[in-house]
Design a protein around this ligand. Structure first.
Ligand code: FAD
Length: 418
C-alpha cells in the first residue's frame, strides 16, 4: 500500500511549529495537534531570548506567517492525541478536541470578555493575575480567537457573552469531538513543563510570598505580563532592587531531576539583565553550583553579564529560604564555597531557576515509545514516529528547531515510501 502523505505533529511549540512548516514546505499535508488554545508553547511566555535579548515573538511571528501562507497545514487546538495505531506510512491517529465555545467568526473585538461577569486564574501568567472566563490567551495569540473556559463559565453567564457578540461567534453548544485521520508519519513535539517548585520545601516556594520561579519571572518582566513589565514583588508591589537567583532548583539532584536542565544558568543571566536594565542601581546575586553556559553562549553571554559590577556570583548550595514576615523580605541561607563560610542575606525577591521536566512525565499517549527514567523520550520504538526538541532532553530554541528539521527529513522518507 502506498504511504499516506500526511504528517501529524503533536505539540505546537517551537519544535512542532518548525517541523510543521518544514514538512508543509517540502510538500506534505500537515496536521498540528495542540493541547492549548494557542500555538507557540513555552516560547510564547518568554520575555526575551538569550543571548541576543530580542523578543521571542519575532521568531514565532515568522513561523505563524509561514503557517498562514500554507494551505497544507491544518490545526487542531485544545486537542490531544488519544491513540496512534498502524505502521510507518499508514498510521491511524485518533484526536480528541475540547470545545472552545468560540467559532471562527470571532474577530477578537473583546466584547465577550468585557461583558463576561466571571473570572479565572490566568495560567499563561502562572496565576499572577486573572482573566475573564471569556478570554484571549495572550495579546499575540495565534489563532487570534477568544476562548471560553468551561470551568469558570456558568451556563447563565455564558449567555451574557453570547448576547454581547455581534458576530454570532459564541457557540455554547460545542462538544468534545473525536477525529480519526490517516498519516504516513507522526512527529512528537510535546515539550516540557516547569518542575514543580513546591516539591523543594527548603526553597520557600508557596510559603515565602516573594519567592517565584524563573518562568514566572519571564511573565513578570514582560510588557504583556501581569504588571505590564514592571519587576515588582508579588506581596506588596515594591520595586525589586536586591534580588537573588538560586540555580539548580531541582536540577542535578537525585531527589528531583537527575539531569542538568541546560538553559537555567542562561535564563538567570538573562533575567539579571532584565532587572539591571529596569533599575540601574539594583543588585543581583546568583547562587550556583557550577555556571553552565554551553558552547558559544559562554563568551557571547556569560562573560558579558559577568562584567556588570552589580551582578555577583556565589558558589554554594542554598540550604534554606524563609520569609521575614514583618517586611516580606526573603532570607537566603547558603554556603559560600570560596570563603569557606556560611551566608545569611536578605533580598527583596528570590527567583528559583527551576528545571525543565518532560511533558511525557504526565501524559504518554503514543504507546510504542520508550522513556528514560526521567520521562524523556529515549527511542520512539517504531519507524515513522519521531520525537523532537525538549521532549528528548532540555535544550534551547535553536537546538529544538534544528532537531525538528532533521526529524522532517526522516518523516519525508516515511511518507514517500512506496
Ligand atoms: C526560564 C526559561 C527561560 C528560557 N529562555 C530561553 C531563551 O531565552 N532562549 C532559548 O533559546 N530558550 C529558552 N528557554 C528554553 C525554551 O523554552 C525551549 O527551548 C522551548 O520551549 C522548546 O520548545 P518545544 O517546542 O520543544 O517545547 P514547548 O515550548 O514546551 O512546546 C510544546 C508544545 O506542546 C504542547 N503539548 C504538551 N503536551 C501535549 C499533548 N499531550 N498534546 C498536544 N500538545 C501538547 C504544549 O502545549 C506546547 O505548546 C527557556 C526556558 C526556561 C525554563
Amino acid at each position: 500500500m502506498a504511504a499516506n502523505k500526511t504528517v501529524v505533529v503533536i505539540g505546537g511549540g517551537f519544535s512542532g511549529l518548525t517541523a510543521a512548516v518544514e514538512a508543509a514546505e517540502a510538500g506534505c499535508d500537515v496536521v498540528i495537534v495542540e493541547k492549548n488554545p494557542y500555538l507557540g508553547g513555552r516560547v510564547a511566555q518568554l520575555n526575551k531570548y538569550f543571548w541576543k535579548l530580542c523578543p521571542p515573538n519575532c521568531g514565532l511571528e515568522i513561523q505563524f506567517k509561514r503557517i498562514k501562507n500554507s494551505a497544507q497545514v491544518r490545526i487542531y487546538t485544545q486537542a490531544e492525541v488519544e491513540e496512534v495505531k498502524g505502521d510507518e506510512g499508514n498510521f491511524e491517529v485518533t484526536i480528541k478536541t475540547r470545545p472552545r465555545f468560540v467559532n471562527d467568526r470571532c474577530v477578537g473585538c473583546d466584547a465577550c470578555a468585557q461583558a463576561c461577569p466571571s473570572f479565572r486564574a490566568n495560567e499563561f501568567n502562572f496565576g499572577m493575575d486573572k482573566t475573564k472566563a471569556a478570554y484571549l490567551p495572550f495579546d499575540q495569540a495565534f489563532p487570534f480567537r477568544y476562548v471560553i473556559d468551561e470551568k469558570a463559565c456558568t451556563k447563565d453567564c455564558g449567555q451574557v457573552c453570547a448576547a454581547a457578540c455581534r458576530y454570532d461567534a459564541i457557540d455554547l453548544n460545542m462538544k468534545t469531538e473525536t477525529v480519526k485521520l490517516k498519516a504516513g508519519a507522526v512527529i512528537m513535539a510535546t515539550g516540557w513543563n516547569p518542575y514543580d517548585a513546591t516539591k523543594m520545601d527548603i526553597l520557600g516556594f508557596g510559603t515565602a510570598r516573594n519567592v517565584i520561579t524563573n518562568m514566572m519571572m519571564e511573565r513578570l518582566s514582560s510588557v504583556s505580563g501581569p504588571t505590564k513589565g514592571r519587576i515588582v514583588r508579588p506581596s506588596d508591589g515594591k520595586e525589586v532592587k536586591n534580588i537573588a537567583f538560586v540555580q539548580c532548583a531541582g536540577s542535578r539532584d537525585e531527589n528531583h531531576l537527575s539531569y542538568c536542565s541546560y538553559i537555567c544558568c542562561l535564563a538567570s543571566l538573562k533575567q539579571a539583565t532584565y532587572v539591571r536594565e529596569q533599575y540601574p542601581d539594583a543588585k543581583v546575586r546568583i547562587f550556583y553550583i557550577d555556571i553552565r553556559t554551553p558552547g558559544l553562549y559562554e563568551q557571547r553571554f556569560y562573560w558579558k553579564v559577568k562584567e556588570d559590577q552589580n551582578v555577583t556570583f556565589t558558589k554554594g548550595k542554598v540550604a534554606g529560604i524563609t520569609e521575614d514576615p514583618a517586611t516580606g523580605d526573603v532570607i537566603v541561607e547558603a554556603e559560600d564555597i570560596f570563603s569557606g563560610g556560611k551566608i545569611k542575606a536578605n533580598f527583596d525577591m528570590v527567583v528559583l531557576a527551576t528545571g525543565m521536566a518532560p511533558s511525557t512525565k504526565e501524559s504518554r499517549s503514543v504507546k510504542a515509545v520508550k522513556y528514560t527514567p526521567e520521562g524523556f523520550v529515549d527511542a520512539t520504538g517504531k519507524k515513522g514516529i519521531y520525537a523532537v526538541g525538549t521532549l528528548k532532553s532540555p535544550v534551547d530554541v535553536a537546538r529544538s528547531a534544528q532537531d525538528a528539521t532533521s526529524a522532517v527529513m526522516k518523516s519525508l522518507q516515511s511518507v514517500r515510501r512506496s
